[in-house]
Write a protein that binds this ligand. Structure first.
Ligand SMILES: *Cc1c(COP(=O)(O)O)cnc(C)c1O
Length: 341
């Protein structure tokens, strides 16, 4: 198999059409067996549930080449389980976990030529998603659904070293109390777009959202969970029912405890505590960890002691250990790495 002739190290995070995708259809109460297809176009009713009432959810994971040349993906079972939660909440049919994992493997295998080589820093981003495809005009769930997985190569998140970002405490909310903040639904992103555009206009990289009920506790940003480090090197991560359960965050908590022997606290984090932390970062599949250098709370600047030029030491060690596990340089916990053969 010959790799595509791409400048892997300089790819951005953008959609690039690849050769194959997986498509399955749900009709009359059952999923068909699904196919790998070359057709990148979706054809649905003008009145499809997804178009009228945003009945859609998605997942995101990566495939990459390890140091010894294997193509692998990271914990796809957790993506399958999380999508199951999203589907339950949105009254969509579940695509069974074993089939989800198998479809991820099939579509990555079919696009082997697009999996970036080891050492390039690039990865193959895998995007499973589902939507109501049949027509709906009275408000109710669709009767037919499509489950698809597309893949697209993405470049290294940090080109030329880490660049700590500046975030602002947001006045708007991303999730309602007892709402849909804990599922991976397009609707949570649609309503965040105005706020992120506004943040960028005002010179901030991200919005840090507070708990929607009391605006007292830190939740997450529009697309990543948050990590803090205390003066005595404890890892602290916010706990709330309106946060999306990040697979990267759950993996980092395990790495912190079991590999780095750090104390970890998963608890509500009051915004008054921000000034006491020594490091702060965002975590998610895209960057693994992205360091935060400055948090702005309505004119009050909180500058993290780790500074604006690099990772702080604890988050750096966490980053190196998890990426080492993913790339096959460090032994992974059982069941974390799925090899694509
Ligand atoms: C996807 C997502 C994350 C990150 O989850 P990972 O599984 O680590 O990629 C965090 N927050 C939100 C709101 C998300 O949609």
């Amino acid at each position: 198999m010959e790799k595509k002739n791409l400048d892997w190290g300089n790819l951005g995070f953008a959609y690039q059409e690849t050769d194959k995708r997986f498509v399955a259809n749900y009709k009359n109460g059952a999923w068909d067996k699904g196919v790998i297809t070359e057709d990148a176009t979706v054809r649905i009713s003008e009145c499809a549930g997804v178009l009228q009432y945003a009945q859609t959810c998605f997942e995101g994971l990566k495939a990459y080449t390890t140091e010894d040349g294997k193509i692998v993906t990271f914990r796809p079972d957790l993506n399958a389980e999380r999508m199951e939660m999203s589907c339950h909440r949105l009254e969509m049919p579940v695509f069974p976990k074993d089939r989800f994992i198998d479809a991820v493997m099939q579509v990555v295998k079919a696009n082997e030529a697009w999996v970036p080589p080891y050492g390039s820093g690039a990865t193959l981003y895998v995007r499973p998603y589902m939507f109501g495809s049949s027509s709906v005009i009275g408000v109710k769930p669709a009767e037919e659904y499509q489950f698809r997985i597309l893949v697209t190569p993405v470049g290294p998140y940090f080109k030329g070293g880490a660049h700590p970002i500046t975030v602002r405490i947001s006045d708007l909310d991303r999730a309602a109390p007892h709402g849909t903040g804990d599922i991976k639904a397009g609707l949570n992103y649609a309503m965040s777009l105005h706020n992120i555009v506004d943040a960028h206009k005002n010179g901030f990289d991200e919005n840090m959202y507070l708990d929607p009920a009391s605006h007292t506790y830190i939740e997450e940003t529009g697309g990543a969970n948050i990590l803090f480090v205390t003066k005595d090197k404890k890892l602290v991560t916010p706990k709330s029912t309106s946060i999306l359960p990040s697979i990267t965050r759950r993996s980092l908590v395990h790495v912190a405890k079991e590999y780095l022997h750090l104390q970890v606290e998963e608890r509500p984090v009051n915004k008054n505590e921000l000034k006491d932390f020594t490091e702060c970062g965002l975590c998610g599949t895209a960057a693994v960890i992205s360091p935060i250098g400055k948090i702005v709370d309505h004119g009050t600047e909180i500058c993290l002691p780790s500074g604006m030029s690099d990772f702080g030491p604890v988050l750096k060690e966490l980053y190196d250990t998890l990426t080492g596990i993913q790339m096959g340089r460090i032994k992974a916990p059982a069941g974390w790495i799925y090899e694509i053969k």
